[in-house]
Design a protein around this ligand. Structure first.
Ligand code: AMP
Ligand code: MG
Length: 343
């Protein structure tokens, strides 16, 4: 097995194991809330458990590795949070029978790598935490960055229906997992079985006579929805296409939804002055969408630059779409002056 194939398989197995843990916590949301007496704690528990599991599986498969992940163990090492640590260890034991609190804490800390390396993994153990708590979409997103570019993307979407005719809020029995290797393609499989068959996916460019469906965040704070509406109105006013009702879903599942042809664009338009996108919110999704032929840039058409540390410091917002729609979106953004004042 080549290095890249070995890395990709390790990442897939890691994301499958973490997705199984997340599904289990989500199935027991109320029980976890009761133990920890906090509404938000299920996501906290699942976040830490998923990060520990990803790190543990990568270690088993790869030995040494560098990972820059969203969580650190500091909170769990505080004795006041012992009850949360217990819940995390119990969740991890779903896939790692003999996990101990110390081993789990150490595994979480394997995600404390820094971005100064030539290549490293980046992980969002649960992207779309609000979606997780609403029993809707979330993703376990693991990307491998080499020299500032994502070259492997693996994304578990435990609640995303594989059947594209179903609504996004219908929880899937198995969930979907997408994995991509730069220059080689994207594959779809189940996210609850690391040995399940895989199929390669491609997407065709948008057909001009069909409606343009845009997808974006559910959370109003994460994208500028009125700017999205202005873009869609402008496209219709200029007779450049028919637009459909925008689809709303949490997490970087949005990249997969564009990759598999269910939406024609993912727009993330700056909503808060000075907000810098985090690398783990985009590395896996960007790799997956690009490998189906979609373009992924910021709102000014610049490629995403993953060489600037933990944030996409040189970019503002995200536009992901197949080539013709991508061009149309950038034109609309420019004409309407979007992103000029929100900084
Ligand atoms: P979404 O699922 O599209 O709502 O995106 C979730 C991600 O939004 C989280 O992982 C956060 O890192 C990120 N986020 C938090 N605040 C903002 C913000 N003001 N603008 C854009 N993204 C944000
Ligand atoms: Mg995130």
């Amino acid at each position: 097995m080549s290095n890249i194939a070995q890395f990709t398989d390790a990442a897939r197995q890691a994301v499958v194991a973490a997705s199984i843990v997340c599904r289990e916590v989500q199935n027991n949301l109320d029980a976890v809330r009761t133990i920890t007496k906090n509404d938000k704690s299920p996501v906290t528990v699942a976040d830490y458990a998923a990060q520990a599991v990803v790190a543990m599986v990568l270690k088993q498969h790869l030995g040494e590795f560098v990972m820059v992940a969203e969580e650190s163990s500091t909170f769990l090492r505080d004795e006041d949070n012992a009850v949360i640590l217990d819940a995390v260890v119990a969740a991890v034991q779903e896939v790692w029978d003999d996990a101990t609190p110390e081993a789990v804490l150490d595994a979480i800390d394997l995600g404390a790598g820094d971005t100064t390396h030539h290549s490293f993994w980046t992980l969002d153990p649960i992207d779309g935490t609000k979606g997780f708590l609403r029993n809707m979409q979330y993703a376990v997103a693991l990307g491998y960055i080499e020299n500032g570019t994502p070259t492997i993307g693996v994304m578990g979407c435990p609640n995303l229906p594989v059947d594209m005719s179903l609504p996004f809020d219908e929880r899937d029995e198995h969930g979907c997992l997408y994995f991509a290797i730069k220059g080689e393609g994207v594959w779809e499989t189940r996210c609850d079985d690391g040995k399940a068959p895989v199929i390669q996916i491609t997407r065709l460019d948008h057909i001009e006579s069909e409606e343009i469906t845009v997808c974006g965040s559910v959370e109003k704070a994460h994208t500028n929805m009125s700017a999205t509406d202005r873009i869609l109105d402008w496209i219709e006013d200029q007779n450049l296409g028919k637009v459909g009702e925008p689809a709303r879903l949490d997490s970087q599942c949005k990249y997969a939804v564009v990759a598999r042809g269910q939406a024609d664009a993912y727009l993330r338009l700056p909503a808060k002055k000075g907000y810098v996108e985090r690398i783990w919110d985009h590395a896996a999704g960007c790799c997956i969408a690009c490998e189906t032929g979609a373009f992924v840039t910021d709102i000014f058409g610049h490629n995403l630059d993953f060489s600037q540390g933990r944030g996409l410091e040189k970019n503002k917002g995200i536009v992901c779409a197949p080539p013709r729609i991508h061009g149309l979106m950038l034109r609309a953004i420019k004409e309407l002056g979007i992103g000029q004042s929100a900084d």
